[in-house]
Design a protein around this ligand. Sequence first.
Ligand SMILES: Cc1ncc(COP(=O)(O)O)c(C=O)c1O
Length: 403
Amino acid sequence: MASTEAASPHTMNTYGRLPIALSHGQGVRVWDTNGRRYLDALGGIAVNTLGHNHPKLVPALQDQVAKIIHSSNYYHVPNQEALAAKLVELSGMTNVFFCCTGLEANEAAIKLARKYGHDRGIERPEIVVYDKAFHGRSIATLSATGNEKVQKGFGPLVEGFVRVPLNDIEALKARTANNPNVVAVFFETIQGEGGVNPMRIEYLQQVRRLCDERGWLLMIDEVQCGMGRTGKWFAHQWAGIVPDVMPLAKGLGSGVPVGAVVAGPKAANIFQPGNHGTTFGGNPLAMRAGVETIRIMEEEALLENAARVGGHLHDALSRELGPLEGVTDIRGQGLMIGVELARPCGVLTQRACDKGLLISVTADNVIRLVPPLILTEAEADEIVAILAPLVREFLSESMTAPA
Ligand SMILES: Cc1ncc(COP(=O)(O)O)c(C=O)c1O
């Protein structure tokens, strides 16, 4: 196999890449340039909602490419209105701003929160953020991120963030007591990069109530856990709450870069012309991808599929791996599942790849499965059939390896 360094002499060294290149895909299968086949349980990191080469998405995108790819936000883009209307319907919120990536959606959310504060006479607004959070790699979003590795080397960080632990309402109250500058609370319903860490239903409801009492914006980053992955359109909907601001990206365009920040009544009119913008955001190709992705998800009942197949996968993993010493937790919801091991297990990414399975390891010791939402139960069984022996073998090595 080619070495990773030799493979990328001219691109910046930002990723430790596996030594393969994917050339094409079909459903949840992908093939590399040497013709080897893989089962894709990573889905481009929770992006390929409809899998690869979807028979309804591809002709729609081909049609769009042949008509117009990009125009400009100087003009109306009809599918912007169509996609916004759909996101409003699905979220119970009111207005949408389109961008291209998760960090941009989060950057827009941070700007919304700050301007919300300034509009109320708060000169130095502060936003509550969480341990282990991941919100992106721009300077503001990495400052909101709760991971020193992501922040290291990029100081000075952006100020105006107050950090709290997950799922601890008393800690949130204590940390914000007598602080009139707090304007918003910002978290992922299920942390993705931080290790597939869910916020508890009760905690989500408590924070919603607290935000209402204190006049804060509730801002929920659904970039990774949203767009049907957990079996609801947005993961916070399991708690029956509605946020004030909701950044989206990843699965929204099923592979075409689409980001969005959705706002409810408290945040919908904060931005005025000149406050925010982007050249590519909301372009005709991206909007067609978003509209078609949601249409196909509805037609093919992919929320129900994510819940059912996700439950099946979770059960199978719990059966096969749950009893093993060294497997400390199996968690997540729908098709967002983390298997936590007692020690770092990054090597499993390569080993799984060698066995024809694409996965990732996040937070050093959590195997993350975020496959396309079209996954079948038989394919879920295949994931487990490849992964379980690898985990067993890894754990037996770790236990015999010298400390
Ligand atoms: C929850 C969450 N927010 C934001 C981001 C950043 O998104 P992007 O990589 O598209 O900038 C990610 C990416 O992993 C994410 O998981």
